[in-house]
Design a binder for this molecule. Structure first.
Ligand code: PA5
Ligand code: NI
Length: 183
C-alpha cells in the first residue's frame, strides 16, 4: 500500500501552516472602518497597515460534521490607545463552537454572549480556549510581538460580522500607564 504525504504541515514552534490547501488572507486597516474607537487616530494611520493575517487549511467543501484548522496572526500595534485586534464575529450557524490555543505572543480573547455580557481570557503560549456556540469572539494583541493563535472550528460555522458591525463589543482593550486594561 502506498503511504501518502501529509496534505499540510503545521509547525507550532514557528506558528506556520503550509500546504496546497492552505489559504492565506490578510486584513488591512482600511478594511476595518469603525472597528477602533478613535476615528481621528485611525484616519492619521497608513490604511495599508496589515493588522492581522489568517492561514486556514480547508479540506473539501463546508459541510455539517466538517472541520477547518487555522492560525491567526495579529500584529502588534495600536489605533490611538486601543490595541490591534480582529474584527470579531459570531458564527453564522450560532450553535457552532470553536477551539483557540495560544502559540506565541500575548493577548486577550474577548468572548461575548448574545445578552452582550463579556468574559476576557488571557492568551499566551500554551493557553487553550473553548469558545462555546452563541459566543462572539475577538482576539486582541496586547504585546510587542505578533500574537499567534491556533484555531479549529466546524466547516459549516460561517462568520456573522454584522452583529459586531452594528453594535461592537461592550469592552475595549487599551493601553493605560503602560499596561493593557479592559474598559
Ligand atoms: O475562525 C476564527 O474564529 C478565526 O479564524 C478568525 O476568523 C480569525 O481570527 C480572524 O478574525 P475575524 O474573522 O473576526 O476577522
Ligand atoms: Ni470563529
Amino acid at each position: 500500500m502506498n503511504i501518502l504525504q501529509a496534505q499540510a504541515f503545521f509547525d507550532g514552534a514557528s506558528a506556520t501552516l503550509s500546504g496546497a490547501k492552505v489559504v492565506h488572507s490578510r486584513k488591512k486597516l482600511k478594511e476595518l472602518p469603525g472597528v477602533f474607537a478613535d476615528s481621528g487616530a485611525f484616519a492619521r494611520m497608513d490604511p495599508e497597515t496589515v493588522v492581522y493575517e489568517v492561514d486556514a487549511h480547508q479540506e473539501g467543501e463546508a459541510q455539517e460534521g466538517g472541520l477547518l484548522f487555522g492560525i491567526s496572526h495579529v500584529h502588534p500595534g495600536k489605533v490611538g490607545d486601543e490595541f490591534f485586534m480582529t474584527k470579531g464575529h459570531y458564527h453564522a450557524l450560532r450553535n457552532r463552537a470553536e477551539y483557540y490555543w495560544g502559540l506565541g505572543g500575548e493577548g486577550l480573547l474577548l468572548l461575548m454572549q448574545e445578552d452582550r455580557s463579556v468574559r476576557v481570557e488571557r492568551v499566551c503560549p500554551g493557553s487553550l480556549h473553548y469558545i462555546p456556540g452563541n459566543v462572539a469572539h475577538r482576539l486582541v494583541n496586547t504585546g510587542l510581538e505578533t500574537l499567534h493563535v491556533g484555531a479549529c472550528w466546524p466547516s459549516d460555522a460561517g462568520h456573522d460580522y454584522q452583529a459586531i458591525t452594528d453594535a461592537g463589543f461592550p469592552a475595549r482593550v487599551v493601553e493605560k500607564d503602560g499596561r493593557a486594561v479592559v474598559i
